[in-house]
Write a protein that binds this ligand. Structure first.
Ligand code: OXD
Ligand code: MN
Length: 595
């Protein structure tokens, strides 16, 4: 399939080390996909869903120890610890490679090594990058076929060019005659999701789940790409991309960064509640952006599918996501109904009797056990989204007019505010925080700082990443064409813990203000933290009952902001000398304005 010498030699080196029984080069065809899925059904790993209810779709359950990204087993292996920074786990590259070479030795015995050539981004895009993943998981192959452009066409474009090598093994070799399990993986303390940004390599071992195993996504498109973007002067961000059209038919694209579990997929697929507005989806998770010849910043979605959290997705919260998963979708760790369909908490109708939960037991309605794991996922082709943007595969990308940052903040942070200028916007991105509950991730309850929503995904020292954002403002060919920067907070509550803002489709009301502000079509109110809307500029037609909340939603409580400044101080202190002086200047200016 290829004459690429580097690729052939690299595959051979790993075949020697991992000692698979077979080697298979994926062509990405329909026929090949069917063969893998049928093989997994025969092996008891996959269940074919009811063809009438959920055509072309399959159901999987992972091992209970392998259900999510493992941040404490994720490593950035740069030459020095300082290059990785205090927000990343660091191990010296040579040491990590020596640990992992031992683990990879014979790790694919009894299995097939699949070679997956894939492109992050449309095949003909200058912004796209080619990777090749080797894996011993057929589940990874069929998932990568949805999430990326994959197969022979990628090798044709690659020719004898360069690619990013990505190694993956579930870390569960089979002895002769040993029966396989449905979801092979290694115990948690033997999982390693390792990145070598300086040599552009990914070595993942021991997990078959999501971002740990589908190496194009978080590993390549964020951790490795963020490092490359810094070297080359572009941006690789944890951002959705959406197109917004106003009633006059004018269209703008915005990109938005929110920490995991803040509703990025819902926002990307929003159905506006005010007449005449339209939202279209370019991507729901990752944006790669470069300046175009006209001086504007252009974004592509490097992915080809959605790997979305299933629980709480319904025809009420996200009808477009529900339509996207109507067929040709892989479901992992949701419930399986007796008639061969899927079910999860918050899907919007009762759980059919006899539904099997993600742990493969018949669900007992009297128990507290959830049917779906909270991180259960759907893997669906982006092309199936009814609101997919007509430009979503444009190799040149779409021009970005605004960046949005935000998190879950029950108090302090208003519904929306605009940065005073680029550096102030970078400051806003650097202090993004989101409320965590102690139960959710075993962290101290409170605000978890997740700068630019990149905390688990930045492939180098995050202080230097802030500097890179400052630099993008400096190297912009035309500073007047830089995206405007906003912060939003859909999650503000009153003193009784009730949401003040309806969210979901009504978020268009905030996007309308942002859209108009980008055109300088509305006057804003100058406050110490940035520019906020005049109360009357938030469109509440149809939700007049919310008008009474608007003052509170836009309120800036100085004493709360002074407390926030103490938290920012602590957050910044951890970066030591890596915090850019421009951000210190912004922080000082904020404190002065609050005085
Ligand atoms: C994701 C995440 O899965 O951000 O996209 O965790
Ligand atoms: Mn994400």
């Amino acid at each position: 399939m290829t004459n690429n010498k580097k690729l052939l030699a690299w595959v051979e080196e790993w075949v020697q080390l991992c000692q698979p029984d077979n080697v298979y080069w994926c062509d990405g065809s329909e026929e090949e996909n069917r063969k893998f899925l049928e093989g997994m059904i025969a092996a008891g790993t996959a269940v074919k869903l009811n063809e009438e209810r959920r055509p072309g779709s399959y159901y999987f359950q992972s091992d209970p120890s392998d259900v999510a990204r493992v941040e404490n087993r994720t490593y950035i292996c740069t030459n020095t610890k300082e290059l990785a920074g205090h927000t990343n786990n660091w191990v010296d590259p040579a040491e990590m490679k020596s640990i992992l070479r031992e683990k990879y030795k014979g790790c694919m015995k009894g299995r097939t090594l699949y070679v997956i050539p894939f492109s992050m981004g449309p095949l003909d895009s200058d912004i796209a990058k080619i990777g090749v993943e080797i894996t011993d998981s057929a589940y990874v192959v069929v998932s990568m076929r949805i999430m990326t452009r994959m197969g022979k066409a990628v090798l044709d474009i690659l020719g004898d060019g360069d690619f990013i090598p990505c190694v993956h093994s579930v870390g569960a070799p089979l002895a002769k005659g040993q029966q396989d399990v449905a979801w092979p993986c290694a115990p948690i303390e033997e999982k390693y999701i390792s990145h070598f940004p300086e040599t552009q390599e990914i070595w993942s071992y021991g997990s078959g789940y999501g971002g740990n195993a589908l190496l194009g996504k978080k590993c390549l498109a964020l951790r490795i790409a963020s490092y490359t973007a810094k070297e080359e002067g572009w941006l690789a961000e944890h951002m959705l991309i959406m197109g917004i059209t106003n009633p006059k038919g004018e269209k703008k694209y915005i990109a938005a960064a929110f920490p995991s579990a803040c509703g990025k997929t819902n926002l990307a697929m929003l159905i506006p509640t005010i007449p005449g507005w339209k939202v279209e989806t370019v991507g729901d998770d990752i944006a790669w952006m470069k300046f175009g010849a006209d001086g504007r910043l252009y974004a592509i979605n490097p992915e080809a599918g959605f790997f979305g959290v299933a629980p709480m997705t319904s025809t009420h919260t996200n009808p477009n996501a529900m339509s996207s998963v109507r067929a040709n979708t892989i479901f992992t760790n949701v419930g399986l109904t007796p008639d061969g369909d899927i079910w999860w908490e918050g899907i919007g109708y009762d759980c059919p009797a006899g539904t099997i939960n993600w742990k493969n037991q018949v669900h007992d309605p009297a128990s507290d056990e959830p049917v779906a794991h909270p991180n259960a996922r759907f893997t669906a082709p982006a092309s199936q989204c009814p609101a997919i943007d007509p430009e979503w595969e444009n190799p040149a990308g779409v021009p970005i007019s605004a960046f949005l940052f935000g998190g879950r903040r029950p108090s302090t942070v208003p519904l929306v505010f605009q940065a005073r200028n680029w550096n102030h916007g970078v400051f806003m991105g650097s202090i993004v925080g989101s409320e965590v509950t102690a139960a959710a991730i075993g962290l101290k309850a409170g605000v978890r700082r997740d700068p630019f929503a990149m905390l688990p995904f930045c492939g180098y020292n995050m202080g230097d990443y802030f500097k890179h954002w400052i630099k993008i403002g400096e190297i912009a060919p035309d500073k007047t064409k830089l995206p405007k920067i906003f912060n939003v907070n859909w999650f503000r509550k009153d003193e009784n813990g009730k949401w003040l803002w309806p969210g979901y489709g009504d978020n268009i009301r905030v996007l309308e203000w942002i859209f108009n502000t980008c055109d300088n079509a509305v006057e804003t109110v100058d406050t110490p933290i940035g520019f906020i809307p005049k109360k009357e500029d938030i469109n509440v037609n149809g939700i007049e009952e919310i008008s009474a909340n608007i003052d509170e939603l836009l309120n800036i409580d100085k004493s709360k902001w002074l407390e926030e400044c103490e938290l920012i101080e602590e957050h910044y202190r951890n970066f030591g000398s890596h915090i850019p002086r421009e951000l210190i200047t912004e922080f000082e200016a904020l404190k002065n304005r609050l005085k």
